[in-house]
Design a protein around this ligand. Structure first.
Ligand code: MN
Length: 228
């Protein structure tokens, strides 16, 4: 087959301990999957379950390289998240077998133009400009679960200029990772290459150009980026 124009490069991310790379198919995200974060966003996690939204695959930005502050926002927020990378997928996946789909785990940041998100919520409009902008999906290297085991507990944290802002534990997820995969697979056919951002604990807040963000999850190392 011949393309009429040069096809865009396929998005991919590094794999810890390997020279091979993980090709990204889709990026799914879970909203309000930690009760304390749902409350800080003005929601009641006892009445409304978590939900999903997406970012484009080419929004991935590998940690360790300078991160460009986006246009059209004055309230750019960090959301540190456990990210799951799938080696296989399917539809209507049972919670009990969902872990079989997992390739590995990574530390990610779901960057959010909070001001645009608030305006979209107010007007009942889509979140794409708030969540799906260029570079909005920061990601550290993917750690194969064969090396780390499955991640169900462990500290998840983020610091801005060495001041800790978010400090939670993966065990606080409302929907566990297998539950997220099972639930998501009732809405979409999941496939190899999919990434799932599983939600953020409380403590989200704004960053400015010139600041430095670090974050980590027990067992998955740390990520860092200068905001430029
Ligand atoms: Mn998020």
């Amino acid at each position: 087959m011949q393309y009429a124009i040069t096809p865009p490069e396929h998005p991919s991310v590094a794999i810890a301990g390997s020279t091979k790379r993980f090709p990204v198919r889709r990026i799914f995200c879970v909203g309000q999957n930690y009760a304390d974060h749902a409350r800080e966003m003005g929601a009641d996690p006892d009445r409304k379950p978590p939900f999903f939204f997406c970012k484009p695959a080419d929004a991935v930005h590998e940690s360790g390289t300078p991160w460009p502050y986006p246009s059209r926002t004055a309230d750019l927020h960090h959301e540190i998240e456990l990210v799951v990378a799938l080696a296989q997928g399917g539809r209507e996946i049972a919670k009990e077998s969902a872990s079989d789909c997992i390739f590995g785990y990574a530390v990610g940041i779901d960057w959010t133009r909070r001001d645009l998100q608030a305006a979209a919520k107010k007007d009942g409009r889509p979140w794409d400009a708030a969540k799906g902008f260029d570079h909005a999906a920061m990601l550290g290297p993917i750690h194969p679960h064969a090396a780390t085991g499955h991640i169900a507990t462990g500290r998840i944290w983020l610091a801005v200029d060495d001041v800790v802002k978010q400090n939670g534990d993966v065990s606080q997820l409302i929907w566990s990772v297998p539950e997220v995969i099972a639930e998501l697979s009732t809405l979409f056919e999941l496939r190899a290459g999919d990434l799932i951002y599983t939600g953020t604990p409380a403590g989200v807040g704004a960053v400015r150009r010139g600041q430095h963000v670090t974050g980590g999850i027990d067992g998955l190392g740390e990520i860092s980026a200068a905001i430029v």
